[in-house]
Design a protein around this ligand. Structure first.
Ligand code: NAP
Length: 288
């Protein structure tokens, strides 16, 4: 019989992940606060549960892919939360959340005798849809071994970083570097546009030179086209930079560049770009 998997959260990332679990043949139950987002997946064979608890019941692997600490707390521990209903399941938190929240959630899971992994991802909407994410995992070897077939169905790579919380820490370091690069690109591209340089030539120099990265290539294309269809919500990068600052402070590292980058994202949120792609962080600079 196919393994029962529950996926909680069908946003930009969760929807693609769910589709790949179905493709791989798992029996899948999905939960999303806004139920309409489950329609396509139900059409493709997923079961819909109207509460996290109902989704968790009978599942052997429960994965959540939610916005932030507050959403994760609500879905795992809130009224009709998943954790209370989990029966002998491996619990996997794949959202980008703070290591402090992971520690709290893992402690509740341990009290109930449940296996727990933090397994945030790198890759964005397209990689989620293509089953090409990378999982950054914290937790025991034994729990990861049991969860691996499910994670493999959604990914090209699974990196085991250590004990619970290691995945969450690594993810924040990763997104700290991404957020700062996106903010600096917004400033650099605005400068290019006002400098009299040929924009395409200038970007080509940057892309093929030392600052070039997959992120710089993808984000500069969106900034140039001004098409801000969501791959990564701007407000979520703001959240990641805040979590990164808090976490680094605990290691006595003051992320000054994260602070400045976050201030650019905050300005963009104030100007109404919070629900656009993070590349729209350039717009307030262009309009100044
Ligand atoms: P998203 O599209 O905004 O989806 C967020 C999900 O969280 C939705 O299912 C949403 O439900 C749910 N949610 C939010 N607040 C909630 C609450 N209080 N109670 C219950 N559910 C709540 O975000 P995403 O892009 O899929 O990202 C999901 C996570 O992965 C985030 O932590 C993000 O930082 C991380 N991530 C994103 C990317 C990316 O490129 N997009 C890449 C790597 C990691 P509704 O549909 O009802 O709003």
């Amino acid at each position: 019989m196919a393994e029962n998997v529950a996926l909680l959260g069908l946003g930009t990332m969760g929807a693609g992940m769910a589709a790949n679990l179905l493709k791989a043949g798992f029996s899948l139950t999905v939960y999303n606060r806004t139920s309409a987002k489950a329609q396509v997946l139900v059409g493709a064979g997923a079961h819909f549960a109207s509460t996290p608890a109902a989704a968790a019941k009978g599942a052997s692997v429960i994965i959540s892919m939610l916005a932030d600490d507050a959403a994760s707390r609500e879905v795992w521990l809130g009224e009709e939360g998943a954790l209370e209903a989990a029966e002998d399941a491996i619990l996997i938190e794949s959202s980008t959340v703070s290591p402090a929240w992971i520690a709290e959630l893992a402690a509740v899971a341990a009290q109930r005798g449940s296996d727990f992994l933090d397994a945030p991802v790198t890759g964005s909407r397209m990689q989620a849809e293509a089953g090409q994410l990378s999982f950054l995992v914290g937790g025991s070897e034994a729990a990861l071994e049991k969860a691996a077939p499910v994670l493999k169905a959604m990914s090209k790579e699974i990196v085991h970083l250590g004990s619970v919380g290691s995945g969450a820490k690594m993810k924040l370091i990763n997104n700290f570097l991404c957020g700062v690069q996106v903010a600096s690109l917004a400033e650099g591209l605005t400068w290019i546009e006002r400098s009299g340089l040929d924009r395409e030539k200038a970007l080509s120099v940057l892309k093929s030179g030392a600052p070039g990265s997959p992120l710089l290539g993808a984000i500069s294309a969106r900034m140039v086209s001004k098409k801000y269809d969501v791959n990564f919500l701007l407000r979520l990068m703001t959240k990641d930079l805040l979590y990164a600052q808090n976490e680094a402070t605990d290691c006595n590292v003051d992320l000054k560049t994260a602070k400045v980058a976050r201030s650019l994202f905050e300005v963009a949120i104030a100007q109404g770009f919070g629900d656009e792609d993070m590349s729209s962080v350039i717009e307030p600079l262009r309009n100044k």
